[in-house]
Design a binder for this molecule. Structure first.
Ligand code: HAM
Length: 402
């Protein structure tokens, strides 16, 4: 067959898909624990939503969007990120007051593919809207941190910064621009092109950031309100025992951020693509897309990258495989009983030989094989280190307590 998946996209099949399932299940558990109900939104939106929401100086909007005209002559874009859509949905819902939502799904960016950088990738994330409180920032940061730890990723650094707001940022951007203009000769062409348009982005340029260690820092230019907010976020994280590093060069790639910006970095991953997630506060986003002022904070995590960083294949998707000497109907009946008791069970429907059934069980790495011999109601249970003969009614209990 000559069809391949499109460049930068992946087919995720077992056994790798089991790590995905477990990670996404964990996401449901953790996001619910922090009080975030599911929000499920369109995968495409009006192009203008991203142009105005994410910002037309961001690389995501200028270079990476999958945009096309639909048959009704509307310009639509496959969502490159989730925050603008969530804020749109909140404003459309007519809801007043604080609101929380958690999402999980595919996103699309036209990027040069490499390990951990895909054109279709999976994000999970939350948005906490209509709250200016630094305590909301702390809650959001904590959720991301605890979830990433729960996936089994141990080497994760939390980077934190404040990039100010509409009051204090303009003066900071001016100071930074002056500094960069003086250093123009040392910078890459890409960075020089950004000095006028978006000088903050020069700070996280891969080519130049190391040369800019004495650049003006946003945290030294915060207005009183922003400084107070940042102190409160820091002391909240301290109180929860969450360690972080203040990184003055962390500016994030999307234009909507104000005040808090943060990233979770998997130190074990190749440095080019080691940000497993990031987020921050975006107090001006709702107004940028034509809504009423609605401060908010959130994050998104890249599941492709988390799975990549985890590295180890997780467990099989089965608890047991039924092997029948008396045909597939008997196996179906036993599987049905055990599935009813909550076990994950599979068997061969095609009446293949006992040998072939054993081969299938091993290929699927079933931790237990249940052999049915004749109609006496007894099951020969075989695991790696044990073999017992049990009555069918005892099997589920035995497997669960093992
Ligand atoms: P972002 O930093 O653009 O933020 O993306 C968040 C995470 O998605 C990244 O840290 C990375 O793990 C993953 N990611 C992004 N692009 C790709 C890609 N091409 N391939 C694989 N993984 C990728 C946002 O999207 C914001 N909406 C986060 C946010 C929510 N801020 C506030 N609320």
């Amino acid at each position: 067959m000559s069809f391949q998946p499109p460049k930068g996209t992946d087919d995720v099949l077992a056994p790798e898909s089991q790590a995905w399932r477990e990670t996404l299940r964990l996401w449901d558990v953790w996001s619910e624990r922090y009080g975030y109900p599911l929000v499920s939104l369109p995968i495409f939106e009006a192009t203008e939503l991203f142009e105005r929401g994410v910002g037309d100086t961001s690389e995501v909007v200028t270079k990476q969007m999958y945009t096309f005209m639909d048959q009704g002559e509307r310009s639509v874009t496959l969502r490159p990120e989730g925050t603008a859509g969530v804020v749109r949905a909140y404003l459309n819902s007519g809801h007043q007051g604080t609101w929380k939502g958690a999402y999980s799904g595919p996103f699309f960016r036209y990027e040069r593919p490499q390990a951990g950088r895909r054109r279709q990738f999976w994000q999970v994330g939350v948005e906490y809207l209509d709250t200016p409180s630094p305590v909301a920032d702390v809650e959001v940061i904590e959720l991301g941190y605890r979830f990433v730890s729960a996936t089994g990723l141990s080497e994760v650094d939390l980077l934190l910064n404040s990039i100010g707001d509409a009051v204090c940022r303009p003066a900071y951007v001016d100071a930074l621009r002056d500094y960069l203009r003086k250093r123009k000769g040392e910078l890459s062409a890409d960075s020089v092109a950004l000095i006028d348009r978006n000088p903050l982005r020069v700070l996280d340029s891969k080519a130049d950031s190391a040369k800019l260690s004495d650049a003006p820092r946003s945290i030294d230019h915060l207005c009183d309100e922003c400084a107070e907010h940042f102190t409160a976020v820091r002391s909240g994280l301290d109180a929860l025992g969450i360690t972080y590093t203040v990184d003055p060069s962390l500016v994030r790639g999307l234009d909507y951020y104000t005040r808090t910006a943060f990233e979770y970095v998997a130190t074990g991953l190749d440095t080019a693509q080691n940000a497993v997630g990031g987020g921050g506060r975006y107090d001006g986003l709702a107004e940028a897309i034509g809504g009423r002022a609605t401060p908010g904070v959130g994050f998104a995590l890249g599941i492709d990258r988390i799975i990549l960083a985890l590295g180890v294949p997780k467990e099989t998707h089965l608890d047991a495989y039924v092997v029948s000497e008396s045909g597939p109907m008997d196996a179906l009946w036993v599987a049905s009983k055990l599935r009813g008791e909550g076990l994950r069970v599979d068997f061969d429907t095609d009446g293949r030989s006992v040998k072939a059934q054993f081969r299938a069980a091993r290929r699927l790495e079933a931790p237990a094989i249940l052999v049915l011999r004749g109609g006496d109601g007894m099951v020969d249970v075989q695991t790696e280190d044990e073999r017992v003969e049990l009555a069918l009614e005892e099997v589920a209990g035995w497997l669960i307590n093992r």
